[in-house]
Design a protein around this ligand. Structure first.
Ligand SMILES: [Zn+2]
Ligand SMILES: [Zn+2]
Length: 406
């Protein structure tokens, strides 16, 4: 290299801008939510309709759609940088989790432990107070997808699921199976849109002819192929990728079982989610989000890479002898994160194993679609006996074939 031919040092790249935050609790009110017809604060979800209902006068209404705001609904192709709903902001660990509200009906101080609930009843006037404004501890997400599958429907689906597997099921499990123990839980998720640019380059082979060559006594098959440089450059749009945002569920070792079960009852119709309102949670359990966008970004990135590779593969029919990528690159141009509570009916069963360890089994029902999946503790001796029978049958068949063949 010639002296003096020094390239100019490029200026350092600008620091990545922080996420653009879209407020999703604009106008949300803490305290009493009153029925607009009779003024009662006894409000809960009517699962049969997916709407809120006043327990006194039976008036029903539906909260505003969560994704209707233009900033959360703009085309994925126009996304750039990171956009998040305000309910998806990073969790601040020092935040007080026990908050005090003044009851606007009687003036008493009411305490809500946000670890447990976002509602509490005033012990003086018995009105229900809700927390709807977001606090940075993950307890109030951007949106909630209301339960739509009623409990008795979920119980029937779980009973059916277990019944189909009773032959192999552990007798203790069969004896203790009680689908009435089903629990309705809102699980925390992030709903992610990704706008990515994919660029793949490599070489592909297309066969032109094949023929047999004779040399002496031996013959061999010869294939002629043309080699091409293959380049694919395209954008990838991923809509409503759902990522679990509870660390317990992301921990693959501790709960691989649960994870797979919850993943196999996807998808949820998140486009029908409504703006968060604590009254949708009344009578249900909920699990608070404890992961931030940065913790979950690798999951979304891997998904974008998988989608890109799959999309590229769909265009390679011509290269019947395969394509080898030398260069693969997926750049996430824009991403949008919205936190959500999604509804699941859960039946859990703690199996105590002979070695003293216990193992949690679940049957889960997607409370929007009714999709059901789970694990049932297996009766090991019975499973082994069946395996043994198959092996014996296999041996007999093999022997018969030998006889007829010989
Ligand atoms: Zn009413
Ligand atoms: Zn009160």
């Amino acid at each position: 290299a010639a002296a003096g031919a020094r390239a100019a040092v490029p200026p350092p790249p600008p620091p990545p801008p922080g996420p653009r935050v879209v407020r999703t609790d604009e106008g949300a009110v803490d305290g009493l939510t009153r029925c607009e017809r009779c003024g009662s604060t006894e409000i809960s979800l009517n699962v049969a309709t997916g709407r809120l209902r006043c327990s006194y006068c039976r008036y029903e209404w539906q909260g505003p759609s969560a994704l209707a705001t233009s900033d959360l609904n703009s085309p994925i192709g126009e996304l750039s940088g990171v956009v998040i709903g305000s309910g998806s902001a990073d969790i601040i660990p020092s935040t007080d989790e026990v908050l005090t509200f003044k009851c606007s009906a009687c003036g008493a101080e009411v305490v809500i432990d946000t670890n447990e609930s976002t509602q509490a009843r005033c012990h003086w006037c018995r009105n229900t107070l809700s927390m709807n404004q977001q606090v940075p501890n993950g307890a109030v997400p951007d949106m909630v997808l209301p339960f739509r599958v009623p409990k008795d429907d979920a119980v029937a689906r779980i009973a059916e699921f277990v019944k189909k597997r009773t032959f192999f099921a552990h007798p203790v499990f069969k004896r203790e199976f009680n689908p009435e123990n089903v629990m309705g839980v809102y699980l925390p998720y992030m709903v992610v849109d990704v706008n990515a640019r994919a660029s793949l380059a490599g070489q592909g082979e297309h066969q032109t002819r094949s023929y047999t060559v004779k040399s002496g006594d031996s013959r061999r098959r010869v294939y002629d192929a043309d080699v091409y440089d293959v380049v694919r450059d395209f954008t990838v749009h991923i809509d409503d990728l759902t990522v679990e945002s509870s660390r317990a569920r992301l921990d693959k070792d501790a709960s691989r079982n649960t994870n797979n079960i919850i993943n196999s009852i996807l998808p949820f119709d998140v486009e029908n989610a409504v703006r968060y309102d604590s009254n949708y949670l009344s009578g249900f359990h909920s699990e608070r989000r404890d992961s931030n966008v940065a913790d979950l970004t690798p999951v979304a990135t891997v998904q974008a890479q998988d989608v890109a590779r799959h999309a590229a593969n769909q265009t390679l029919e011509f290269y019947d002898r395969g394509v080898r990528w030398d260069h693969e690159r997926v750049d996430v141009v824009g991403q949008r994160w919205v936190s959500a509570y999604l509804p699941v009916w859960l039946y859990s069963y703690q199996q105590r194993k002979s070695n003293g360890r216990s193992f949690l089994h679940y049957v889960a029902v997607n409370a929007r679609t009714g999709e059901t999946m789970g694990s049932v503790p297996v009766n090991q001796p019975k499973l082994l006996a069946v395996a043994g029978v198959v092996q014996v049958v296999g041996t007999i068949l093999f022997a018969l074939i030998m006889l007829t063949g010989g």
